[in-house]
Design a protein around this ligand. Structure first.
Ligand SMILES: Nc1ncnc2c1ncn2[C@@H]1O[C@H](COP(=O)(O)OP(=O)(O)OP(=O)(O)O)[C@@H](O)[C@H]1O
Length: 262
């Protein structure tokens, strides 16, 4: 009898209350399978970043359970913490501030590889750093340069390369392309999709920009005031939304194309 692999991520009735008593997430449940790409959308303040930070372990959840690869996130053993840190990586909104301006790209990548514990031999670090750059379509010439010598899109590629250092199974992208121009957004989205397909990495893609989800995700979830009000395939949710909030979000971008008459 074959045992099914556990979901990469599983939230079961997760609630988050910030100090001071503000409840930013209420009984949120969803799971992500290996390689699955899900968009998480919602109005400003609906709790998207709270969910991202909770998945990363940066914010504790007050109720419910959160599992990474079948392991309870509350498990505070060293092994459990390392698994979480390796398996779940984040790509932040601002590629300008995500990289230390005083460190070369080589230093940033080597450090990420060393912290991950995946590469220990010094001779391998350079080779693996170049391999990481190749994955994001940059060449070895980038290694000696500093972040300010790159465009915003190239910096975001470097941030993605760094996030790939531990061989993660889940990338949480919190508004990861919002600071970029439209053309660059598309190229980063294309890259994320390719990486997810080729390396079987699951994506939780948080965005205000609903149309971007169509290019990247097969599934979309909608948050409204901390509650998940919609969860389905992109096609079903975009063409036949069930929650009033989803309809409102879709109307606000005026993007549903009417069926073409032939
Ligand atoms: N550290 C905090 N302490 C208290 N309340 C917080 C904290 N961080 C966020 N909140 C509140 O929790 C709610 C959800 O915030 P969150 O940042 O998760 O929303 P969001 O959907 O990501 O918003 P945006 O799209 O504007 O980034 C908001 O009402 C916010 O004010």
């Amino acid at each position: 009898m074959s045992t099914q692999a556990p979901p990469v991520l599983q939230l079961n009735q997760v609630s988050v209350t910030y100090p001071g008593g503000h409840r930013a997430a209420t009984k949120v449940s969803f799971s992500l399978q290996p390689g699955e790409r899900a968009g998480l959308v919602g109005e400003s303040g609906s709790g998207k970043s709270t969910i991202a930070r909770t998945v990363l372990g940066l914010v504790p959840h007050s109720e419910g359970t959160l599992q990474i690869l079948g392991k309870m996130a509350q498990d505070s053993t060293r092994e459990a913490r390392l698994t979480r840190a390796r398996m779940v990586q984040m790509v932040f909104q601002d590629p300008y501030h995500s990289l230390n301006p005083r460190r070369t790209i080589r230093q940033a990548l080597v450090e990420a590889l060393q912290v991950s514990g995946r590469i220990t031999e010094k001779a391998q670090l350079e080779k693996e750093s170049i391999a990481l750059l190749e994955k994001v379509h940059l060449d070895a010439g980038a290694l000696n340069r500093f972040p300010h010598q790159f465009s915003g899109g190239q910096r975001q590629r470097i941030c993605i390369a760094r996030a790939l250092a531990p061989n993660p199974q889940l990338l949480v992208c919190d508004e990861a392309v919002s600071a970029l121009d439209v053309t660059t957004q598309r190229s980063i989205v294309h890259l994320l999709r390719k990486l997810s397909e080729e390396e079987h990495i699951a994506l939780l893609f948080i965005t205000h920009d609903i149309p971007l989800i169509e290019h990247l995700c097969e599934r979309v979830m909608v948050l409204d005031q901390g509650s998940l009000v919609e969860d389905g395939t992109v096609e079903s949710v975009f063409h036949n939304p069930s929650a009033p909030k989803t309809r409102q979000l879709l109307d606000s971008v005026l993007r549903i194309d009417p069926p073409q008459e032939v």
